[in-house]
Design a protein around this ligand. Structure first.
Ligand code: MG
Length: 170
């Protein structure tokens, strides 16, 4: 049976991942409103990824015979100050999520819960990738410096992004 402190921490993380999903969906809405359907698509895939993270934690708790308890999702921002601002906020948010995952790992370590530590390793690696992805986008945006052609090309590229379900059997 999973220890209460680990159970509570994972339930809190399900809420945090759901907040992330909702945040990125809000960013997708912002891009749709700007007429940037490719950027919106990128954020919709991000939304799906975060929802899949929440589900991954959900399934893990079920597997460990722990009860999933869903709580209210905090209000997300609905307005942003342009493309760069959206990705800067994404970067800050992902750094925060990395802290949450690291704290979760600390809880599992203190509880001597090796199964949870093994499970959490996937998220530790995932956060490295998330942070690298956002950094790359911010670097490109800096290079483009608001030029219409560059934004157009990024929008076209981001329109190609597809969701790969981490919960799907491989
Ligand atoms: Mg996540």
């Amino acid at each position: 049976m999973i220890k209460k402190e680990v159970l509570d921490a994972i339930n809190a993380q399900i809420n945090a991942e759901s907040y992330s999903a909702y945040l990125y969906l809000s960013m997708a809405a912002y891009f749709e409103d700007m007429g940037l359907s490719g950027f919106a698509n990128w954020m919709k895939v991000q939304y799906q990824e975060e929802a899949a993270h929440a589900l991954k934690f959900f399934n893990y708790l079920t597997e460990r015979n722990g009860k999933v308890v869903l709580k209210a999702i905090e209000q997300v921002p609905v307005d942003f100050g342009g493309i760069v601002d959206v990705f800067e906020k994404t970067q800050v948010h992902e750094a925060h999520v990395t802290d949450l995952i690291n704290n979760l790992m600390n809880v599992a370590m203190t509880a001597n819960d090796h199964a949870s530590q093994s499970f959490l390793k996937w998220f530790i690696d995932e956060q490295v990738e998330e942070e690298a992805n956002v950094q790359k986008i911010l670097d490109t945006l800096k290079l483009i410096d608001g030029q219409g052609n560059g934004i157009f090309m990024m929008d076209r590229e981001f329109g190609q992004r597809v969701f790969v379900d981490p919960n799907a059997a491989v």
